[in-house]
Design a protein around this ligand. Structure first.
Ligand code: C2E
Ligand code: MG
Ligand code: MG
Ligand code: MG
Length: 290
């Protein structure tokens, strides 16, 4: 046991950088293989309209079932894909797949797809989006592209032109993870967003005594409303958090309180099953809501 402990400590305190680089190269190769062999999947997390508790749409979230490591989170492999120069292909696959799944769902339902800053910097993006919509036969306004503030880091005419081109297509634009990056209120004025996604770090702990997160959420909601934008509170896990973001006026809610990301079949069933109504009170059973 002492020996095991020693090994563990060695690994923890003195990470072998060579091995890390090797592991990364291996993962990169595995990811190329997965992309080629159809080993990536999109999961869908319901985005619920706060007032009606109906499913307004889904956010498409990448998943990779690695042959030996099991399910990997995009937080682990998206950065690798970006470094390896294959995020464009993965992103195009995600756009096309999400549009095909969307085509099977009612017209009132939307899908949101995350777009890497590297995709956003590619002048071919509007043509790719157009093609994905046309192949699936879905209306542009049913597709929402989630973009993070980091696209403004190399802010130039290219950024403005890309926003204008995407807007001309009729797709919706959402500003993801708002407030966590290099936020500038100027971005909101500059870019034609339809929605602000309030990062889960503001929702988490917002109900605790002394937290100022509620005040921040309230301010974002008021700002968004003044600019004619919707707001989604991300990462809502508890009834208290749901009650809070509802009372603060967030138009949409996304989080484990309703559903974890579902596979396409489960998402389809979730729509049929009606809505995200959560039973409240002592008689409520949320066990069937995962
Ligand atoms: P994001 O776009 O901010 O996605 C929201 C993340 O919050 C998702 O993590 C989701 O599973 C998680 N989440 C949702 N509700 C809850 C909750 O109630 N509690 C907690 N603790 N977490 C919740 P996920 O799926 O691991 O994705 C992580 C990030 O990876 C995403 O953050 C997004 O930035 C990126 N990503 C995912 N799919 C894609 C993709 O297709 N393309 C690109 N470029 N990035 C992607
Ligand atoms: Mg997102
Ligand atoms: Mg987010
Ligand atoms: Mg995030």
């Amino acid at each position: 046991a002492a020996k095991d402990g020693g090994r563990g400590r060695h690994h923890f305190y003195a990470p072998d950088l060579h091995t890390d680089a090797q592991e990364r190269r291996q993962l990169e190769q595995d990811l190329r293989d997965a992309l080629a062999a159809g080993g990536l999947e999109l999961f869908y997390q319901p985005v619920v309209h706060t007032a009606s508790e109906k499913i307004a749409g889904f956010e498409a979230l990448l998943r990779w079932n690695h042959p030996t490591r099991g399910w990997l989170s995009p937080a682990k492999f998206v950065p690798i894909a970006e470094d390896a120069g294959i995020i464009a292909q993965i992103g195009e696959w995600a756009l096309r797949t999400a549009c095909l799944d969307l085509a099977r769902w009612p017209d009132s339902v939307r899908v949101a797809v995350n777009v890497s800053p590297l995709q956003f910097a590619n002048p071919a993006l509007p043509a790719i989006v157009t093609s994905a919509l046309a192949s699936a036969g879905v209306a542009a306004e049913r597709l929402e592209l989630e973009i993070t503030e980091s696209v403004f880091l190399n802010d130039d005419e290219g950024t403005d032109a890309m926003f204008a081109a995407l807007k001309r297509l009729g797709v919706r634009l959402a500003l993801d993870d708002f407030g966590t990056g290099y936020s500038s209120l100027g971005y909101l004025k500059k870019a034609p967003f339809d929605k602000i996604k309030i990062d889960q770090s503001f929702v988490r702990g917002a109900c605790e005594k002394g937290s100022c997160n509620g005040a921040i959420i309230a301010a974002i909601v008021r700002l968004a409303e003044a600019l004619g934008m919707e707001t989604t509170a991300e990462g809502v896990e508890t009834l208290d958090e749901l009650d809070l973001v509802r009372s603060l006026g967030c138009s949409h809610v996304q989080g484990y309180i309703y559903d974890k990301p579902l596979d396409a079949g489960q998402a389809h069933a979730r729509l049929a099953d009606g809505v995200g109504v959560i039973a409240r009170g002592p008689r409520s059973s949320r066990s069937n809501r995962r």
